[in-house]
Design a protein around this ligand. Structure first.
Ligand SMILES: Nc1ncnc2c1ncn2[C@@H]1O[C@H](COP(=O)(O)OP(=O)(O)OP(=O)(O)O)[C@@H](O)[C@H]1O
Ligand SMILES: [Mg+2]
Length: 245
């Protein structure tokens, strides 16, 4: 059985169908890529999955049980964890305290939380700045810190919205290495990214959305070569040219 089944989700903003009957499934332990041109509904769908937006219709099942309508706090407790396109950390707390607080909030005791925070800071190459306020860190370091916060207690499924956007290439590598190792250890992800080389590198399977609908779903190789996907990104002519290559 799929870990998460997303069926016919619809989310309207006034007359705009931001998500227009999207269905997909996320298998246990997979790193599913979610791609699509700007405005295709990826962030809106993640917002529905994490309980930050209410869907107008459709269903979402986690382990076969409906989770649609639950709020972000309840969903975090069930292990559905969301990272935002805009980084969210406590700027006036040290990097270390940011992680410790998350650990405590997620049910770890103090020694567990300290140990885990230390280990994650090391893995994310943040040890040298662990006692600086998060607000003093670079954008990329704050993003890495947010990663750490999300994995203080490994979630059932982690929803990542463009984690690599505007991040220095060295940190991008730290981040993608982190995602890969977690996934190899069994962590399930949905990864939204416009960075196709990273999607190809990390995600064996992906879903492409366009105008709120699922345009293609399958192996990343097949999805990226599908004429409908090329057309959505580049227009009809590019898709025809690709056919002749
Ligand atoms: N709160 C909102 N109110 C009104 N319209 C919205 C809102 N959020 C998103 N939209 C619209 O819904 C559509 C889908 O937006 P969404 O942010 O989900 O796309 P996206 O695939 O994440 O795009 P990007 O790749 O640029 O991040 C867009 O047309 C967007 O303008
Ligand atoms: Mg988005």
């Amino acid at each position: 059985m799929a870990l998460m089944q997303i069926q016919n989700i619809e989310k309207r903003f006034g007359g705009l169908r931001a998500v227009d009957g999207a269905s997909m499934e996320v298998r246990q332990g997979e790193l599913l890529g979610l791609i699509g041109p700007n405005g295709s509904g990826k962030t809106t769908l993640l917002n529905v999955l994490s309980g930050h937006l209410a869907a107008d219709s459709g269903s979402v099942l986690l382990d076969g049980k409906s989770i649609l309508g639950l709020g972000p706090t309840q969903l975090t407790r069930l292990g559905v964890l969301r990272m935002f396109q805009m980084t969210r950390v406590f700027n006036r707390m040290s990097a270390f305290d940011n992680l410790v607080v998350c650990g405590l909030a997620l049910g770890l005791n103090e020694p567990q939380s300290y140990a885990r925070a230390t280990q994650l800071l090391e893995e994310l190459k943040l040890t040298p700045v662990m006692y600086l306020d998060a607000g003093q860190l670079s954008g990329g370091q704050r993003k890495l810190l947010e990663f750490g916060a999300c994995f203080m207690v490994p979630p059932r499924i982690a929803l990542l919205d463009e984690p690599f956007a505007a991040v220095h290439p060295i940190m991008k590598e730290t981040m993608s290495g982190f995602i890969r190792r977690r996934n190899e250890a069994g962590q399930t992800f949905i990864l939204v990214s416009h960075d196709m080389p990273v999607i190809v590198d990390l995600c064996p399977r992906c879903v492409c959305m366009n105008a709120g609908k699922v345009l293609a779903e399958g192996t990343t190789h097949d999805v990226l070569r599908s004429a409908a996907v090329i057309e959505a990104y580049l227009g009809e002519e590019a898709a025809e040219e690709q056919d002749h290559v």
